[in-house]
Every structure is written in structure tokens, then in C-alpha cells.
Ligand binder design. Structure first.
Ligand code: FAD
Length: 260
């Protein structure tokens, strides 16, 4: 994702404004999974990301289902970023500093201007400082601080959600991806209760049974299915062919950075 993709306007002070449906704070595994679902449901979504996913410290990701012998976690993050970008999501490399309520949602102050959204998803393991102005419940456990959520990812503040490790889910990438996706779908359903499933089905799957294609689903022809499968596999092949190995990101204590 690039800075240009987020469609933010530079204001008189050169601060970049943006307003839309959803701001996701944190572009790691959970946040990008949330954004994938909200963007695919046509909710105008912006991901704020300050720093890389903690997954980039991993040596080799061997327990994410679907990769028979594992996958390089840095390549995994790169491909997830492109997937979210293809879904139409904006992305800005900036840090969320403070979230406050507005008449119809939230304003998120960042180190690069203020952005506004109807809903905010906190997926920023392990920073909760920017939530302080909202007076949201937080739970301390040892040196860590978590944001409690209900089964669907809602916090006690209407319109504010939390996803992934920050919401005290298990510390595994597939769990963060699953929880981020669940929170994304919750956001979509809160915005539009008629939304059904984000499914792509073969032509006739619903309509040949006398049903309308539900909102959120798409029926595609056999020709289109072949085209999309070819495109998907070609793209994957290019990534695998061109990937150049990168060493893991070290723990901050090895580079004198105290941020966990
Ligand atoms: C050394 C190591 C090895 C691991 N190995 C495995 C493994 O083998 N298998 C496995 O399943 N899991 C593994 N994990 C765990 C896995 O990486 C995490 O569970 C997962 O990444 C959590 O996802 P998340 O989205 O909650 O957090 P993250 O992926 O860390 O994403 C959080 C994002 O939020 C950003 N952020 C934080 N504060 C702000 C802010 N104020 N504004 C904007 N952005 C912000 C961060 O920079 C980051 O990009 C490993 C973790 C480590 C450290």
C-alpha cells in the first residue's frame, strides 16, 4: 500500500485530512484482516500503521493453516497488505495519538493530521495510549495492557472495537487474523444489518434455486472464475519467484528501542 492510496487531502498546514466509515489503528495481522472485510463491503476504510507487525520478528511461520511447509512471515505480511489494498482500503504510515468523540463518530489525531470515521477499530498491539480520551475500560496484566471486548469485538464505547492481541486473543497469527476478520464483519453488520456473507460463488448457486444473490455475495460465471483463478495464481507465482529473503526484525531490546 502506498501513501497516495489513502486519498487524504493536504490542508493549509500540510496536515493530511481524511474522513470515512472506518479507521483501523494498526496494520498488523488483525488490523489488516479487519480492513479486508470492511473494505470489501464498500465501507470507506483507512488503516493507520506505525511500525511493522510483531510477526516480522518470527523466523518462519509454520502454523498458519494453508501453507503446507510454512511461509516467510515478511512475505506473508507483504501479500496481506496487497490483498487489503486491492480491496480498496487506504493506508497511511502514521501513529494514532488520541481518539475523541465527534457528533457522528470519532476524530483520530495522528502525527500526520487528523482523520475522522464513524467507527474505529483498535488493532494496535501493544499501544492503548491514544484511547485515553475515550475513557474506555482497559485491563492490565503484568507489563501488558489489553482492551476488553464482547464476543463480536465491541468495546464498552459505542462504535469502538478492538481486535487481535490487543483484545487479549491468543498470541498466534491465525487467531489474530480470525479475530480481526470477525471484528471486520461485526463492523459491517453494525453499519448495514442487511449484509449477509462475503462469499464468491459459482453462477447459479443462489439464483438457480430461486433465490436472489444476498447482499455481500457475488455469483460469477465459469469464464470469470477461470480468469480470477488464473490471475490469483499468477500473482502468487510472481511473489514466490521474486521474493528475496529478509532476516527477522530483532526484538526492540536488541536495538535500544524500548517499545514492545
Ligand atoms: C518472535 C515472535 C515469533 C512469533 N512466531 C509466531 C508463529 O510462529 N506463529 C504464529 O502464529 N504467531 C507467531 N507470533 C505471534 C504473532 O506475530 C502475533 O500473535 C500477531 O502478529 C498479533 O497480531 P496483531 O495484529 O494483534 O498485532 P501486530 O501484528 O503486531 O500488529 C499491530 C500493529 O499495530 C501497529 N501500531 C501499534 N501502535 C500503533 C499506533 N498508535 N498507531 C498506529 N499503529 C500502531 C504496530 O506497529 C503493528 O504494525 C510470533 C511473535 C513473535 C514476537
Amino acid at each position: 500500500m502506498t501513501e497516495a492510496d489513502d486519498a487524504g487531502d493536504a490542508g493549509p498546514s500540510n496536515e493530511r485530512r481524511w474522513s470515512g466509515d472506518v479507521v483501523v489503528v494498526g496494520g498488523g495481522v488483525a488490523g489488516l484482516s479487519t480492513a479486508l472485510f470492511t473494505a470489501r463491503a464498500d465501507l470507506d476504510t483507512l488503516v493507520l500503521q506505525d511500525g511493522v507487525s510483531i510477526l516480522q520478528r518470527n523466523a518462519i511461520l509454520e502454523n498458519f493453516p494453508g501453507f503446507p511447509a510454512g511461509i516467510d512471515p515478511r512475505l506473508f505480511c507483504l501479500m496481506l497488505e496487497e490483498q487489503v489494498e486491492r480491496a480498496g482500503c487506504g493506508h497511511r504510515e502514521s501513529r494514532a495519538l488520541a481518539v475523541t468523540r465527534t457528533d457522528d463518530g470519532f476524530a483520530v489525531e495522528t502525527d500526520d493530521g487528523t482523520v475522522e470515521a464513524t467507527r474505529v477499530v483498535a488493532a494496535s498491539w501493544s499501544d492503548t495510549d491514544y484511547l485515553d480520551p475515550l475513557d474506555v475500560d482497559l485491563v492490565d496484566s503484568g507489563s501488558k495492557r489489553y482492551v476488553p471486548v464482547d464476543d463480536a469485538g465491541r468495546t464498552g464505547v459505542d462504535g469502538l472495537y478492538a481486535a487481535g492481541r490487543l483484545a487479549e486473543r491468543y498470541h498466534q497469527a491465525i487467531v489474530a487474523a480470525g479475530h480481526g476478520s470477525q471484528v471486520g464483519i461485526t463492523v459491517v453488520e453494525d453499519a448495514d444489518p442487511d449484509f449477509y456473507h462475503d462469499w464468491v460463488t459459482p453462477e447459479g448457486y443462489f439464483t438457480n434455486r430461486g433465490r436472489e444473490v444476498p447482499k455481500g455475495c457475488e455469483e460469477i460465471s465459469e469464464e470469470e472464475r477461470r480468469r480470477r483463478a488464473r490471475r490469483a495464481h499468477d500473482r502468487l507465482g510472481t511473489y514466490l519467484d521474486e521474493w528475496e529473503d529478509e532476516t527477522p526484525v530483532p526484538h526492540p531490546s536488541f536495538v535500544g528501542d524500548v517499545k514492545e
